[in-house]
Design a protein around this ligand. Structure first.
Ligand SMILES: Nc1nc2c(ncn2[C@@H]2O[C@H](COP(=O)(O)OP(=O)(O)OP(=O)(O)O)[C@@H](O)[C@H]2O)c(=O)[nH]1
Length: 361
């Protein structure tokens, strides 16, 4: 329990005495009335509004599953790398090459620097062995960068955060079981980043097929010990647990993405035309796109950032520092950057080159 020093009001010159959180709360109210603590919320709001915030989302899955379309649908703008690169198809070969693109999106005065990290073409190679490596490496490199920045004696006021806050993993709508490649991929990724699996192009399955497929996937995830977000052990309180249980019962969300609007009952809606009619992307009776959007943006965005910092990054940090502690005793100091950004052992620049990252800010 948090404890505070409090000066006893009955003595004119007294030393502070230790009181529990409860007593200071009630005595504060009884003795002095309104303090104005709630106004702190306004201060925090104003500061956040001024500073804006960052959110980095990675999309992973086989080529052509609708990753770019879905991120564009999520943020109602052309935020995917594909949309920002003219002649994309000609320029980018279908290899496992990670690229990130950043945008500042603003809504009602709130600014968000959104970075979308796209992983085109995974699983398309003849030999898919270790195809997760570039993605796992990318995630770890961002932790390494952050750690290096933190270790400088003179740190930046705000360390640029390129860590992946969420990885949306696209599963093809096969209607069967999880494919071995997806199992292997998610097993590795789930240990280092928050994964949210989704069934891509859910409009190609009937409602019954979707439900059965979802159940099989949940079974496979459990059987293979794959950790997906939100994880039970990080629920903060019973209220959190009730909310997160509902999400866990529904995962993976069966989603549909589109950039087309259609007229339905005189209203314009985002949707896909199918032989059964128009699937309205934001209609919860048609697909679970809205559940995904609510989770990623409206209810859990800050929690995703917190889990990234407090769980995934922390695990990385402890491991790296333990490793470097060992090497310090062995007189190798490669992990600790000098203040001019150079590395103590090899004199190279402490931060890795990110020539693959395009900024559209
Ligand atoms: N039926 C259906 N088609 C979709 C959906 N989302 C996207 N598509 C279509 O699928 C095709 C590929 O979509 P993209 O968003 O480019 O797929 P991607 O996963 O980003 O592709 P890569 O960048 O090559 O990995 C396009 O023709 C989209 O119009 C969906 O939910 N349902």
């Amino acid at each position: 329990m948090a404890q505070f020093w409090q000066y006893c009001s009955s003595r004119s010159s007294c030393s502070p005495c230790f009181v529990g959180e409860k007593s200071i709360r009630s005595s504060g109210r009884d003795l002095f009335g309104y303090v104005g603590i709630e106004a702190v919320l306004d201060q925090m709001r104003r500061k956040t509004m001024k500073a804006g915030f960052e959110f980095n989302i990675m999309v992973v899955g086989q080529s052509g599953l609708g990753k770019s379309t879905l991120v564009n649908t999520l943020f109602k703008s052309k935020v995917s790398r594909k949309s920002c690169t003219p002649n994309y198809e000609e320029k980018i070969s279908k290899t496992v090459k990670l690229q990130s693109v950043s945008h500042v999106i603003e809504e009602k005065g709130v600014k968000m620097k959104l970075t979308v990290i796209d992983t085109p073409g995974f699983g398309d190679q003849i030999n898919n062995e270790n195809c997760w490596e570039p993605i796992v490496n990318y995630v770890n490199e961002q932790y390494e960068r952050y750690l290096k920045e933190e270790l400088y004696v003179n740190r930046k006021r705000r360390i640029p955060d390129t860590r992946v806050h969420c990885c949306v993993y696209f599963l093809p709508a096969t209607g069967h079981w999880l494919r071995p490649i997806d199992v292997e991929f998610m097993k590795r990724l789930g240990k280092i980043v928050s994964i949210v699996p989704v069934i891509a192009k859910a409009d190609t399955l009937t409602m019954e097929e979707r439900q059965e497929f979802k159940q099989r996937i949940r079974h496979d995830l459990k059987a293979n010990g794959i950790r997906v977000y939100p994880q039970t052990e990080y629920d903060e309180d019973p209220e959190d647990r009730i909310l997160n249980d509902k999400i866990r019962e529904n995962i993976p969300f069966a989603v549909v993405g589109t950039d087309k609007e259609h007229q339905v009952n005189g209203n314009k809606v985002l949707g896909r035309k199918t032989k059964w009619g128009i699937i309205e992307v934001e209609n919860m009776a048609h697909c679970e796109f809205a559940n995904l959007r609510d989770l990623l943006i409206r209810s859990h965005l800050q929690d995703l950032k917190d889990v990234t910092h407090n769980i995934h990054y922390e695990t990385f940090r402890v491991r790296r520092l333990n490793e470097s502690n060992l090497t310090v005793h062995g007189l190798a100091l490669s992990c600790f950057p000098m203040e001019n950004g150079t590395n103590r052992t090899n004199g190279t620049n402490g931060t890795s080159d990110r020539s693959d990252s395009e900024s559209h800010l």
